[in-house]
Write a protein that binds this ligand. Structure first.
Ligand code: ADP
Ligand code: MG
Length: 568
């Protein structure tokens, strides 16, 4: 493609509303333009990268026998009413009416549409399993669209859905998908982790997220420094091998701690470490109050607590509820002599505390030398706390480290969450009607464009991996008015095209400095510059990844290029 004929508006200035590097560079290098908040156009360079990303995804989906479809973005409200998501989805769902006042949504996702498609056609177990995918535009009226393509309101997603007669069949497909996702993100060149995730609002039990590692990521991942263990910190189990100190149990002692409210204040005042403290929090789980204990240096993870209690909603009890329950302030609660009938659960670490310190359920006082079982009862010990950096990895291998990640993919086992309310059923071997068992599998295609840009750049611009680069070769003719240079550049352009290279040919009558700066900004893997040495048949070569430069004779170019592109 001749640069003079295409549309790649580059900018020297950093756009003021772009706060992360990938967004700045994709705008500056002319890959995308914003239309309005969270809504973007993909310009020719951006579109080309998208196509390469999509090609990899298609190949890996087809390799596990997923078939491609294309479903409507415009979806009748009735479908969403069947599953109840019309009422529960909230303001992220774009809703609209047609001229007859019928209600519609712009598809935020496609479980309803695909379930309705399949239920009308697939009536027998003999036609299962079935897996379909599409690459399509999704609409979500995100509260905070930000970071360019990373969180848009209109974005491109690959979504796949599988239908099964048995749990085992779903388990198999889920593993196939996980492997396909590993292949996809590896081929995309991303530094990523597959992490154990929380099901969230979509329902279902087993779920993994695929995270591209990046400091600007919105999620925190806990991973082992020596195994493949990785989990969203919300979900990371904690290894419970605590060592109980071997020291004699002392007498409980009540001590005055005037005005010492926080854990740190109390620890400093009593000259103890925070891990000697037992923290007691009163939560409201649906309609019941629960006392939740953990060590002073640990934090309760509300998601674990909610899952353990099987509650739909949990929140910290209101100050006045605590007052009426215990007659003390929130900072003075302790586990000794709690009201009879109050459910008490504790994090495993509490069981190993010896001669600990806790609130006395009386403002201004704490109890010293408190010991679990001897001085207070616990209904059950559970895994309730957030994992920390430095903890033993839950799989027993290595130490936990934290990293930030961008969620680029997400796979779920849905079970019958959608098929049941939508009456999507098939007849099993015994002629009995059963709801399909389903899985769903998403990849953020446009988000990946940004995630790759976030991982592959330097101070001069983008640095595309060879297999995602919009073009293979940037051919630059330094002075288009020089006949010798122009002739050689034209010749190379046509030869390289005949060798099936995708060539971006800068034939513009611009200054060399402008061309080189644009070229670094756009970031194709290799640049061939036809300049002063054209008369000797020599071109200058620059590798974007390493910054190395060299010279090649005209005759050796195709062979050298072949060598370059055949290595990763
Ligand atoms: N607003 C968005 N902009 C760009 N990509 C998104 C957006 N929301 C989700 N995605 C991509 O689509 C994939 C599947 O979406 P899903 O898991 O349903 O979204 P979420 O995690 O936001 O609920 C995500 O892993 C992510 O890569
Ligand atoms: Mg998700």
């Amino acid at each position: 493609m001749k640069q003079s004929l295409t549309f790649m508006p580059t900018m020297r200035q950093v756009p003021s509303d772009a706060d992360i590097i990938s967004h700045q560079l994709l705008l500056r290098a002319g890959f995308i333009r914003q239309n309005t908040s969270g809504v973007y156009s993909f310009l020719p360079l951006g579109k080309k990268v998208l196509q390469k990303i999509e090609k990899i995804i298609r190949e890996e989906m087809e390799a596990i026998d997923a078939v491609e479809v294309f479903m409507p973005a415009l979806q009748q409200a009735e479908l969403w009413q069947e599953t109840g998501r019309w009422y529960s989805y909230g303001p992220e769902l774009f809703r609209l009416k047609d001229r007859h006042d019928r209600e519609f949504v712009l598809g935020a996702t496609h479980e309803e549409v695909i379930t309705s498609l399949v239920r009308d056609e697939v009536k027998s177990y003999k036609k299962l399993p079935l897996t379909m995918f599409q690459i399509q535009t999704k609409f979500r009226d995100e509260q905070r669209p930000r970071f360019g393509l990373l969180r848009g309101r209109e974005f491109i997603m690959k979504d796949a859905y599988s239908f099964h007669a048995t749990e085992e069949s779903l388990d198999e497909k889920y593993e196939d998908m996980k492997r396909a996702y590993m292949n996809i993100f590896t081929r995309l060149g991303l530094d990523f982790r597959a992490v154990i995730a929380d099901g969230g609002t979509i329902g279902g039990t087993d779920t993994h997220e695929f995270m591209a590692l990046s400091d600007i990521g919105e999620d925190t991942i806990a991973y082992s420094d020596s195994s493949s263990y990785a989990a969203n910190i919300e979900m990371a189990e904690v290894n419970i091998s605590y060592i109980k100190k071997d020291e004699p149990l002392k007498e409980v002692e009540k001590v005055a701690t005037p005005d010492q409210k926080t854990i740190d204040e109390v620890a400093t005042y009593l000259e103890i470490e925070t891990d000697q403290l037992i923290k007691t929090l009163i939560f409201r789980a649906d309609d019941e109050h629960v006392a939740v204990l953990c060590r002073g240096d640990h934090e309760i993870n509300a998601i674990k607590l909610k899952n353990t209690l099987g509650a739909t909603e949990i929140e910290l009890a209101a100050e006045r509820d605590v007052q009426s329950l215990l007659a003390c302030a929130v900072g003075s609660i302790g586990p000794v002599k709690l009201p009879v009938g109050l459910h008490v659960i504790a994090d495993h670490a509490v069981a190993a505390v010896v001669n600990g310190v806790c609130g006395a359920n009386e403002d201004g006082f704490h109890l010293k030398n408190v010991n679990p079982e001897r001085d207070f009862a616990v209904d059950s010990y559970e895994d309730l706390r957030f994992i920390r950096e430095g903890d033993v990895s839950p799989d027993g291998n290595g130490t936990i480290k934290f990293a930030k990640g961008i969620e680029v993919g997400h796979i779920f086992k849905l079970g019958t969450t959608y098929s049941e309310p939508m009456e999507g059923t098939f007849l099993d071997e015994n002629g009995k009607a059963k709801p399909y068992i389903m899985g769903c599998y998403g990849i953020g295609v446009s988000r990946i464009l940004a995630a790759v840009a976030e991982q592959f750049n330097d101070e001069n611009g983008l640095k595309w991996p060879k297999n995602l680069s919009p073009y293979d070769v940037h051919l630059i003719s330094v002075n288009v008015k020089d006949d010798i240079q122009k002739e050689l550049a034209d010749e190379l352009y046509s030869v390289l095209k005949s060798y099936r290279y995708e060539v971006l040919y800068d034939d513009r009558p611009e200054r060399a400095g402008v061309k080189f700066a644009d070229s670094d900004l756009i970031g194709l893997p290799i640049r061939l510059t036809v300049g002063k040495k054209a008369s000797e048949g020599i071109v200058e070569v620059k590798f974007r990844q390493t910054g190395e430069t060299t010279e090649w004779q005209k005759e050796e170019i195709t062979e050298k290029l072949q060598g370059f592109f055949s290595t990763q």
